[in-house]
Every structure is written in C-alpha cells, then in structure tokens.
Design a protein around this ligand. Structure first.
Ligand SMILES: [Mg+2]
Ligand SMILES: [Zn+2]
Length: 186
C-alpha cells in the first residue's frame, strides 16, 4: 500500500552535513547530533509548503560498531521532535546500515535508498530534489533519476570545489534554508 504524498511531492534530504553538523569521527550519539543553523525551520517550511520531507542517509557507523540502532533511533526522535515543534513534519526516514565493503545496493552513491522511497510512495523520482553535501548524494540522485541539489554545509564546499564534470551543472545553495527557499519559491 503506497503512502500518500503531499501536493508538491517528495523532497529527499541527506542527514549529516545537511540537517545536522557532520563529523569526520561520525555522529555517534544524540549528544553529537547538532542541527545546523536554520535547518529545522527549513524542513518545517518545506512541509508547510506541501512537500513530503524524507531523509535518506548512509549510516555505516552501525556496521562499524560506532553506535547502535537505539542511539540512531534517539537521533531520529530528536529530529522529529524539533521539526514538530517548528510546526513541520518529517515523513519516511531510510538508512543504509552497511559498511563500504558490505556489498549492499543501498549505500550511496548507489540509488537503493532513493528507490526504496520511490517504491514506498509509489512515485517516480523524476523532478524530485535530492539535497546532499557529498558527491555520492548527487551520484545517487542521478542514478535514481532524481534531481541532485548540493548544499555548501558539511562537506558541501569541498564537494563543490571538486565536482565531476557530469555534475558540474547541479544547483548549489549555501545551506538547507537557501535550498528550501528556492524550492518553495519556484
Ligand atoms: Mg552528508
Ligand atoms: Zn546498504
């Protein structure tokens, strides 16, 4: 049974470096899960503008044993609670728990997580914005037939400086707030 979509359809967000601060040492606990300035309000604005806001992220820290499902659930709860308090809603959240050598089909740059969302909502990803800060987010978006969008937070500034030629024309925004404002205004 497919889930209902809000009128403007899906938007798919990466988590670390887009919604919350990223860390080279992994975001391992709720205490380390710190929203970036403006990101929670941006999510609320997207959902109030009629987008179904979803999150798709690689969390190889699970496979690496850096944190467990319970810590991840606490971080998800914090995200949902903050967005609700801001008057918005985060819908489906999907995660790749595997490591880089896990041989899975969901770890970005592969499109598995995004395709799982497409299936859940029974929708095409054509024109669906996938907002990320790393090259692999953009590559996963392309591979899934979605629209890659880069933000400069997290790894984003580095990503922008070294974009592969086939991604040179992606839309780039300073942060999620700016990306959300552009989506809402179009
Ligand atoms: Mg990221
Ligand atoms: Zn995976």
């Amino acid at each position: 049974m497919a889930a209902a979509l809000a009128p403007r359809g899906l938007v798919i967000l990466d988590r670390d470096g887009v919604i919350n601060r990223d860390s080279d040492a992994f975001v391992k606990s709720p205490a380390e899960w710190l929203p970036l300035p403006g990101s929670i309000d941006a999510i609320a604005a997207l959902s109030n503008a009629g987008y179904t806001v979803t999150v798709a992220s690689n969390q190889s820290g699970l496979a690496r044993g850096f944190f467990d499902r319970s810590a991840l659930r606490s971080m998800v709860r914090n995200l949902r609670r903050l967005v609700s308090a801001a008057g918005g809603h985060v819908d489906r959240i999907v995660v790749c728990p595997h490591g880089p050598d896990g041989g899975c089909s969901c770890r970005k740059p592969l499109p598995g997580l995004l395709l799982r969302l497409a299936k859940h909502y029974d929708t095409s990803l054509d024109t669906v914005p996938v907002i990320g800060d790393s090259t692999r987010d953009l590559q996963a978006a392309r591979a899934a037939g979605a629209t890659p969008v880069l933000v400069r937070t997290g790894n984003g500034a580095r990503t922008e400086a070294s974009l592969p030629a086939d991604l040179a024309n992606v839309a780039v925004y300073d942060d999620l707030a700016a990306a959300a404002a552009a989506l809402i205004g179009r």
